[in-house]
Design a protein around this ligand. Structure first.
Ligand SMILES: *[C@@H]1O[C@H](CO)[C@@H](O)[C@H](O)[C@H]1NC(C)=O
Ligand SMILES: *[C@@H]1O[C@H](CO)[C@@H](O)[C@H](O)[C@H]1NC(C)=O
Ligand SMILES: *[C@@H]1O[C@H](CO)[C@@H](O)[C@H](O)[C@H]1NC(C)=O
Ligand SMILES: *[C@@H]1O[C@H](CO)[C@@H](O)[C@H](O)[C@H]1NC(C)=O
Ligand SMILES: *[C@@H]1O[C@H](CO)[C@@H](O)[C@H](O)[C@H]1NC(C)=O
Length: 302
């Protein structure tokens, strides 16, 4: 009998610890969510956020782990105004996903208080102001997705020293400008999307033979650097440098790599396209509109 009870208690402790949502929402997180609801004028889309019920059960866009809110998504063009300040009170958040919403104003500086956040997703809103330098203080961050907003300023200097992970950067289609801090060269960014901004100067700090770069898109900016000197990681799969003011030659090293996407059109490149690898089988449009590139696949002979 004793043994049976022991087995039963083990059974129940396994049952309950393996059902994280069975634990009810902590008061702190519930209050923060209700504050968020209030700052969104108690929007009807949040009618499931009923103060009488457990915020870990049936509140739309909310997920919990052991009674703490770890996931929050607000995705509707009907959500507007500033990012609700109370999101910074959801201390256990892992994922903040406000995509396709209509939030305006700045990204709050103290969003960096969310030390467990791995994913910051604020794409496709109307956000203005700078990218907060404090984001470099978030040790677990894996991805910063703030593309398709109206952000201004440059990449913060502090992005040369992340306290933890080096996150993927998706900053495309904003109003960002200026030079990229040289200090970023010591980091190994796997994914960098800067397309459709007004960045100037050097963009080569994202590359390096010993890195584990996978995707880099610097297209549609005003970058000016010598491509001849750039060494690429063997891991790179996507390289879009089109529509900049990049000069020099196409490096021979590219003939040894296996890129899935490649575009250097609309720059100031010169010289013969090296023979080998994917280069000759690429579309001519990947090389068009340069200063004096020549050789296959371009019609212009050298
Ligand atoms: C973050 O700052 C906003 C004001 O900018 C404030 O309302 C909010 O309470 C702050 N969050 C925390 C956790 O202190
Ligand atoms: C952050 O995550 C760790 C590991 O998952 C967890 O132990 C810790 O309690 C979390 N912190 C907060 C504030 O929830
Ligand atoms: C988005 O917010 C702006 C104000 O920032 C407003 O003018 C516009 O109508 C809103 N769009 C939608 C689809 O609600
Ligand atoms: C790359 O790694 C090799 C071998 O580990 C090393 O000899 C070389 O100095 C490194 N190059 C750079 C630029 O760090
Ligand atoms: C390269 O980029 C240019 C300009 O953005 C575009 O017109 C062209 O179709 C692209 N070519 C390839 C192969 O991606």
């Amino acid at each position: 009998m004793k043994l049976l009870l022991l087995h039963l208690s083990i059974f129940f402790s396994i049952l309950f610890t393996s059902l994280p949502s069975s634990q009810s929402c902590t008061a702190n997180d519930k209050n923060a969510l209700l504050e968020i609801k209030k700052s969104l004028n108690n929007h009807p889309l949040l009618s499931s956020w009923n103060p009488q019920t457990d915020c870990c059960t049936g509140w739309s866009g909310v997920e919990c782990t052991y009674g703490r809110v770890t996931y929050l998504t607000l995705s509707s063009k009907k959500f507007s105004g500033n990012i609700p300040p109370a999101v910074t009170k959801l201390r256990s958040l892992d994922t903040l996903f406000f995509k396709y919403s209509n939030f305006s104003g700045p990204i709050p500086d103290n969003i960096s208080d969310l030390k467990n956040l791995t994913y910051l997703g604020l794409s496709e809103n109307q956000l203005t102001g700078p990218i907060p330098g404090s984001l470099s203080q978030m040790p677990k961050l894996l991805a910063i997705h703030v593309n398709d907003n109206k952000l201004t300023g440059s990449i913060p200097n502090s992005f040369g020293s992340f306290v933890g992970n080096v996150p993927g950067l998706e900053l495309s289609n904003n109003r960002l400008s200026g030079k990229i801090p040289e200090s970023l060269s010591k980091h190994d960014f796997n994914v960098v999307f800067l397309s459709g901004n007004s960045f100037v100067g050097d963009g080569s700090m994202f590359f390096g033979r010993n890195k584990t770069t996978i995707q880099v898109d610097l297209s549609r900016n005003k970058f000016q650097f010598d491509l001849s000197k750039v060494k690429f990681a063997r891991s790179i799969l996507t390289l879009d440098l089109s529509q900049n003011q990049i000069f020099g030659k196409i490096p021979q090293q590219l003939t040894n790599l296996r890129l899935e996407r490649f575009n250097v059109s609309y720059n100031r490149l010169c010289g013969k396209i090296p023979r080998g690898g994917f280069l000759q089988t690429s579309e001519p449009s990947a090389f068009s509109h340069n200063l004096c590139l020549c050789g296959i696949p371009l019609v212009k002979a050298c």
